[in-house]
Design a protein around this ligand. Sequence first.
Ligand SMILES: Nc1ncnc2c1ncn2[C@@H]1O[C@H](COP(=O)(O)OP(=O)(O)OP(=O)(O)O)[C@@H](O)[C@H]1O
Ligand SMILES: [Mg+2]
Length: 1055
Amino acid sequence: MAELDSLEFGKSDFVLLDEVNMEQFLDNLKLRFEKDRIYTYIGEVVVSVNPYKQMDIFGKEVIESYQGRELYERPPHLYAVADAAYKAMKRRAKDTCIVISGESGAGKTEASKYIMQYIAAITNPSQRAEVESVKNVLLKSNCVLEAFGNAKTNRNDNSSRFGKYMDINFNFNGDPTGGHINNYLLEKSRVIKQQEGERNFHSFYQLLLGGSEEMLRSLHLKKDPAMYCFTREGTISNMSGDDMSNHKAVMSAMKVIGFSSEEINSVYKILAIILHLGNLVFESDGDSVLVHSEDLVCQIAELACTQPDIVRKTLLYRTVATGGGDVIDKGHSIHEASFGRDAFAKALYERLFCWIVSRINAVIEVKDYNPLLHGKNTVIGVLDIYGFEIFDNNSFEQFCINYCNEKLQQLFIELILRQEQEEYQREGIEWQHIEYFNNQIIVDLVEQPHKGIISILDEACLSVGHVTDTHFLESMDKKLSKHPHYTSRKLCASDKTMEFLRDFRIKHYAGNVTYSVEGFLDKNKDPLFQDFKRFMYNSLDPVLQEMWPEGQLSITEVTKRPLTAAVLFKNSMISLVENLACKEPYYVRCIKPNEVKSPVQFDEQRCRHQVEYLGLLENVRVRRAGFAYRQPYARFLQRYKMTCEYTWPNHLMETDREAVEAIITQHDFQGDVAYGLSKVFLRTPQTLFTLESERAALIPIIVLFLQKVWRGALARKRCRGMRAVYCIMSCFKRHKVKAHFREVEKRFANVRNMSDYGKSIEWPTPPAVLLQFHENTKYLFRRWRARQIIKNIPPSHMPEVRAKVAAMEVLRGERLDWGYSRTWERDYLSSAKENTQMCTQFVKVAKELKSKDKYNTVLFSCLIRKVNRFNKSKDRALLLTDRHLYKLEPRKNFKLLKSLPLESLTGRKKKYCNMTQENRSIFERVINRERTQLHYSTSLGLFVFSCFLHVNGVSVTCSRDQLVVFHTVQKDDMLTCLQRVQGCENEDRVGELLGVLADHFKRLKTPLQVTVQRSAIQFHMRGQQKCVSVETKIGHNQPDFRKSRGGFTLYLPGN
Ligand SMILES: Nc1ncnc2c1ncn2[C@@H]1O[C@H](COP(=O)(O)OP(=O)(O)OP(=O)(O)O)[C@@H](O)[C@H]1O
Ligand SMILES: [Mg+2]
């Protein structure tokens, strides 16, 4: 029984019906159809109901879910049967076959396509090109065969008008290596006549509606099926869109299969010949019969690659051999000519169809196969053959078809029984005899030599003289009057459902069928004048020639009667059955739910009929003979072990069989089972249902348990994953840190010996975690490098270095030249070189100031040009000590003109609060005089004085001029231009002055505000805001200030 299907969808296997009767069978079939369960098992047979709608149960994913599964592991499906057949073939190297039967429109061809699709999908996983090409041809062959062998009938828009058996050959790997197609009984009468509402074979409409203008022109055809007798009837149906697209598909399929373009041309030429033949009309001129349209004769001749005369003659005369070896041409009557034309059209089409099949076979036949080399060549056969046909008027075709079904049913029952018996034998279970209907008697009625209907028919056909269909009926009535399955109106005069001298009836296993003997003889003889065969053989078209090999025989040779249609069919059926009988069979039994192609209507009457004649109840009975259900022990245990405490979750018994026995005993089912060697057999379905429902009740608990365990496992797995991630992350971080260190170490290994102490080395990018560390390291490195540089500088040079560093810091790269490359002399006025005549005098004044103001060192001195309080510019000397900025008059022996204190007066003083009033006032005076500020230092616990610096900032320009503005807190700034003696005109001294001043302030920890201006410098003079700009003026030999509108302009000498 298939899994996953609950009982609300009906029983997925008919063997599980409570009782095997038609009502229960139909109820289950209907319920499943309504619930979209179109497939149901009878053991291993699939019963398929045509859904008449696209179902979402096909395709790649579903194929995967069935692949390699056992039949009962998944819901019933064609794929499951295909897989079972494939597995049996692959595992046990058995030839298998899938027999698909059912009435017209029941879905046989669709089923066979799904089966092929499944086999194609699961084979050749390694995508070997040669196997893919075989698969491709096998799949494409369907399209071509359907075009030429299918037609729209009143029962099915795509009805297969031939029986098809296809063998697919597999190599030992299970990959398709080739195949072979057998076709049976093409309904060729359709070529010349169709029932009302039906069409001719699709190929005609595809050519007429889908063929290109050029193609149609070359075939002398018009794009209108209504213009041709043979296709006129089918023009009402609205299938032209399909025909056009299918024409393209067929052309391309033929190319893929390997038809040459000449062959494809010939195929369409033959179709055109047939269409033209249909339009041929014969007339009589009194003496002889003529062809009405000469044009058509010419066109046929052209298409058949022959002369119009030959065509005309073949259509109007037949060659007869006279006794003495002579031949004469005998003219046809109009009737004979028409009959000959129709027989020719039918035969042409039949030959064409057989030739197409043989051509496909030639492509797909297994080539170069050596069993010794390649292992056993196994086969899966797929039989898609017409089902039982019972119409109002049943003729020769229905007789053949029903005989075929009778034989297949016989085989079916025999094989099913045989399989059952074999299984019982294998499992060591006693076989009980099963009563079933053996239809061998009906098969014999048809095919028995001498006594069978076919023999009687042949006899009638062979008889000389005018033998009619009625003679044949009479002969049957005579010979078969005692047969329990044969009757006729003559034998049963009271049965008015049969006509006298016309009808006979066979009691088929599927029901009674009344056949009309009209046309039996003709259809069986299937005569075709030999002239047509010769005509075709003598065509210059090689394809036509190949199709008609008998045409080469000379007239006198052609005396042997060909086999009749019934005998040919019988022989092909016998060989088909022999072929199937030696294979392991799988069955698909198709049922058509209604006559109106509705996806919702379940016509009980029709279905009952089909269930009957498909022998499905018989099938269920055979399958249930004794035991309704069986399952290998391991599978049974796996499915029901949760229902028994000794087997859940795992049993401790010696074998699975014992464990199964424990389950059965616990449920008290001992009386209902038998234990086979590998399987347990359950007699009644109820036992199984009890087990199933117990299982169903337990499943949610088990599912919860499994979910719990699985979730835990998942969480643990995730946790392990996360841990691993963190571990990897930390290792990686460590690795990155180490790698960074190693890289730094490597790059900086040699810095001591480098001339720039590693300044040029590029630092590697650190990992994020080391960013701060990296900055610190760089800082330390810079300090180390500075230390390396500085340690080689003699102490005497240090003040200059410090000053230069200070200058660099305050100028921040904003001034063009700041004289850093030169030695800074600082005290230029004490230098005899700079101040040749007055240096002694300057030194003397400086000394006096030192003893007066107690300064420690001279920071800077030089001559300056300055603007005085009357806006006049004057030469002065500038002396900058660590305590004051002095302005001296150089022309008056450096007389002191002004001093500005620089240094702060910070220091420990008495606690202000403890001061006497007197001290306090003294202090306050000092504060005022020295411009100091009193503030409280929490760290010292003291009031502290700090000096109001007179000079609180310096401004310079960014150019090379020597302009310096000393800003004072009193807003009485000093505007100066440093002067240089001859020979040093290009020296910059502004940088030096700023450097020493900034260094000094730095040491006082009171930063000096230095401003580097791009244009004019703002300053105050006696509290008034002014500005000074710099310009170059030709004619000036010395830089000098001039008053301007907003203040002053420093003019520099220009060229
Ligand atoms: N599984 C299916 N899913 C959807 N539609 C289907 C299915 N099977 C059959 N049909 C429909 O039923 C139509 C008839 O099916 P199909 O041609 O296979 O019948 P058949 O048994 O081969 O008939 P015939 O004996 O006349 O050849 C299809 O054209 C299709 O429309
Ligand atoms: Mg079909």
